[in-house]
Design a protein around this ligand. Structure first.
Ligand code: OSB
Ligand code: MG
Length: 378
């Protein structure tokens, strides 16, 4: 862990405000578990006497990806996490106090993100530097939702290839798998391609998953149950394609179990799902030591969470392109001043400036805000 972070005394937290914004998606995003047409994002603004920091909670309005929702996060933040954070003297202390609350990693990550943004802004440093990362451009991958027909999917992948995305992920589910992947592979024989099943399959579906071995995928993400690690180890033995775990990895202990059992060869680290940027850093370091590539996942974040994900990817171990893609794929108007755009070669430049490097635009926030509450006041 970065020593400077551990020694840095926290700025006194004076108040924490939460708001929820509702942002229409430019196109519906379909996965094996839902179709999303709006992003409802819970945002935290943590204030000290002289500064403020922002964090986004990656929970959703529904409990379909994980048990957390924006409503459970608000409850746990207000009653437990924020009073604990406000008492803490250092970031390590925040982490220790948060251990007492079981689970609720998305709520924990939201506060941690906001405190880190605040700490970096007070130190007049970009977040990547505070985290101990290296300044670099981030390779961008695109996650494409399930489409009605293989032709629709091929056309969406074609646009991603034109934009020079460094890899393309397509969502699959039972019955919408091999034919879709085959169509994409025939049209684009060389595109770095992967498929994400969001836990739609079981071990009875091994033949359907083995059929995907023919298409040279980089990996298949989370084919089996959202809370399984063991059965994935059985499946991995019967597939040529690498498995990648998403939903079932919540901690370093989970990553260790998956690595030792051989449940996957790659891990998708979503910083929100694992409790924040510092936990992600520790997990990526562990995976690097074990020779297991990791990449940074996405949760259709607004510009706040998207910037946090970019800073995360400057850390050692994040060796594969992640799911951080251009803002324009999601929103017509985002709540921050700088949208994520690709350089011509499919790379993203880190937002410049202190902390996250992006600023929430109050007028845009106000236009999309559906809820606000002061969750903590000293
Ligand atoms: O499984 O990675 C996933 C979006 C919402 C919930 C789960 C997932 C996703 C994505 C999209 O794949 C990632 C993104 O573009 O932010
Ligand atoms: Mg996934």
């Amino acid at each position: 862990m970065n020593e400077a972070l551990e020694l840095e005394p926290l700025a006194r937290i004076e108040s924490v405000e939460a708001c929820i914004v509702s942002l229409p998606l430019v196109k519906p995003f379909e996965t094996s578990f839902s179709v999303k047409t709006v992003k409802e994002a819970l945002l935290l603004r943590v204030r000290s006497a002289d500064c403020e920091g922002w964090g986004e909670c990656v929970a959703s309005s529904d409990p379909f990806y994980s048990y957390e929702t924006n409503a459970t996060a608000l409850h746990v933040l207000k009653e437990f996490l924020l009073p604990a954070a406000a008492k803490s003297g250092s970031l390590r202390d925040v982490g220790d106090r948060f251990k007492k609350v079981r689970g609720h990693n998305m709520a924990k990550a939201a506060v941690e993100n906001a405190i880190l943004d605040l700490a970096a802004r007070r130190a007049r440093k970009p977040l990547w530097k505070l985290l101990g990362g290296e300044e670099k451009r981030i390779p961008s991958g695109l996650s494409i939702g399930i489409k009605e027909t293989p032709e629709d999917l091929v056309s969406a992948v074609g646009k991603a290839v034109e934009k020079k995305y460094q890899r393309v992920k397509i969502k699959i589910k039972r019955g919408k798998d091999a034919a879709f992947v085959r169509a994409v592979r025939s049209a684009f024989p060389d595109v770095p391609l992967m498929a994400d099943a969001n836990a739609d399959y079981s071990l009875e579906d091994i033949p359907a998953l083995q059929a995907l071995d023919a298409f040279g995928l980089m990996m298949i993400e989370q084919p089996l149950s959202n809370d399984d690690i063991y059965q994935h180890s059985l499946l991995q033995k019967r597939l040529k394609t690498a498995l990648c775990l998403d939903e079932s990895i919540h901690s370093l202990d989970d990553a260790r179990a998956a690595q030792e059992l051989g449940s996957c060869r790659i891990i998708n680290i979503k910083q929100g799902r694992v409790g924040g940027l510092l936990a992600s850093k520790a997990m990526a370091a562990f995976c690097l030591e074990k020779g297991m590539p990791v990449w940074s996942g996405g949760m259709l974040e607004t510009g706040v969470g998207r910037a946090a994900n970019l800073h995360l990817q400057t850390l050692p171990g994040f060796v594969l392109p992640g799911d951080t893609s251009e803002t324009a794929n999601y929103f017509r108007s985002d709540i921050v001043d700088k949208p994520v755009v690709l350089d011509g070669d499919g790379m993203i430049r880190l937002p410049e400036g202190d902390g996250l490097g992006v600023t929430v635009v109050p007028q845009v926030l106000a236009r999309h805000k559906t809820f606000e509450e002061v969750l903590y006041r000293r």
